[in-house]
Design a binder for this molecule. Structure first.
Ligand code: ACO
Length: 422
């Protein structure tokens, strides 16, 4: 039933609040609530709060559906590349051939890094976590680009070019591969975005880099699946930074830091660590499930549960298939994949997980694919960040175009009343 106003009573006084309708959601507009009633709302974790109107992506958590600009993720994954998906998210429509060529060529124009960044990277100890390095270097990029003056469109191309270079350098430093310009950022070939990304990671001097289409395809699919997910924690962080007119680089840097958290993007690393722990401690899955159910134990089954999905995460279904395909085509025998499948099967029959509607999320199988590609565990969340970049930028752009106000929640203060120092 549609209504444009909701009526409610507080202490015998009647108030009316307008209703806002989106394509699927409906919301009570409380922007005048405090002014009119003296009350604010209390919603820890923003579980029921719409912070913006957005047309970028939509999740139907009850049905387990995800749309990018209206297109189901299952169609995008079969018909589009990551770079087409990035265009779609940033511009609202899929590109035609000329638009795609222009977009790809513009990214290549920014495929370089100033020498100072190499010098800074040189000073960072190799044992630092790659997400900390990536976030810091992304923020430092601000110093090397006049993004206030710069054409806004160029900032998006610049970051789409720079984040893969910074990620590749972080990886190469970590594993002791050379990090010089010739090897990493010089893109004088006709490689597509994802193949070039892999080349920057894995190429060795004086050897021509051989593209493995199985790996390129799997990585491209992973990047697409991570590309946007409406108002998740890191995207909200990027939007909040943008709302105070922080520039794109520092906003995305903050998004990377938020993504690092183990309850968010950091879960992909945590999942593999958990699976390895289960395997190394004898493979007793039931014992670990009991641990996850025990309220006195802070342990959670990583890769299960989601704030919005109360049904299967559609991305998890696709990732599982991609993982099986990669493992089979590369001829790897992976006990971790077998364990993951067994764990999933048992968990899906467990009343605790059924009642709480906890299903595998995207992070449950993604690490298995990264591992098959030769990417170390602490780089997994970096790969997530590379995928999420177009989504972060699309939200930042949308927020600016909508001239959204500063993101500044209120609080229920429960501290001391005013007191004096004696
Ligand atoms: N294992 C065991 N119990 C769980 C799990 C889990 N993975 N996830 C949620 N629960 C339980 C909670 O203990 C809680 O139980 P209670 O109601 O009895 O107190 C209930 O389910 C609801 O959990 P919340 O934390 O309130 O749900 P929320 O929506 O805030 O959290 C989250 C979602 C953070 C993803 C959670 O499910 C979790 O911690 N999962 C494991 C980490 C993970 O995989 N994160 C990746 C998410 S996808 C992404 O960000 C890319």
């Amino acid at each position: 039933m549609c209504c444009s106003i909701v009526n409610f009573d507080i202490n015998g006084c009647n108030y009316k609040l307008p209703v806002v309708y989106g394509t699927y959601e409906k919301a009570i507009n409380i922007s005048q609530l405090r002014e009119n009633t003296g009350f604010i709302t209390f919603d820890p974790g923003f579980k029921n709060t719409g912070i913006t109107k957005s047309s970028i992506s939509f999740i139907d958590g009850e049905k387990g559906k995800l749309l990018y600009r209206g297109y189901p993720i299952e169609q995008i994954i079969n018909k589009c590349s990551f770079i087409e998906t990035s265009y779609l998210l940033l511009n609202g429509e899929l590109p035609n051939t000329a638009q795609l060529k222009y977009f790809s060529e513009k990214i290549k124009e920014f495929n370089f890094l100033s020498q100072e960044i190499y010098q800074i990277l040189d000073k960072i100890p190799a044992f630092y976590h790659p997400m900390g390095i990536l976030s810091s270097l992304t923020c430092i990029l601000t110093a090397f680009t006049d993004s206030i003056q710069e054409e806004e469109e160029d900032m998006y191309f610049n970051l789409l070019a720079k984040l893969p270079i910074l990620s590749a350098l972080t990886y190469r430093k970590k594993v002791g591969l050379p990090t010089d310009y010739e090897v990493v950022s010089k893109n004088n070939n006709n490689l597509d975005y994802t193949s070039n990304l892999l080349k920057m990671f894995f190429s060795v001097p004086k050897k021509s880099y051989q593209i493995n289409p199985v790996i390129t395809d799997a990585l491209d699919k992973l990047l697409i699946l991570h590309a946007d997910h409406e108002q998740n924690c890191s995207t909200t962080t990027v939007r909040l930074l943008g709302s105070v007119h922080a520039n794109l680089f520092s906003s995305v840097s903050a998004g990377i830091s938020a993504l690092w958290g183990r309850l968010h993007g950091g879960a992909n690393q945590a999942v593999i660590e958990m699976l390895e722990n289960i395997l190394n401690s004898g493979g007793n899955i039931k014992k670990w499930i009991e641990k996850a159910k025990d309220k006195k134990n802070p342990f959670r089954l990583m890769g299960f549960g989601h704030r919005i999905y109360k049904n299967f995460d559609p991305r998890a279904k696709i990732v599982k298939k991609v993982a099986e395909n990669v493992i089979q085509k590369l001829g790897i025998s992976d006990p971790i994949l077998e364990l993951a499948k067994e764990l999933e099967e048992i968990v899906l029959k467990e009343p605790y997980f059924i009642e709480k509607k906890l299903y595998p999320n995207i992070d449950f199988y993604s690490g298995i694919i990264y591992q098959a590609m030769g990417i170390p565990k602490d780089m997994f969340t970096v790969m997530f960040a590379l995928g999420r970049l177009p989504g972060w930028m699309a939200h930042w752009k949308e927020m600016r175009l909508n001239r959204e106000p500063i993101g500044r929640p209120r609080q229920i203060y429960i501290g001391y009343k005013k007191r004096n120092i004696h």
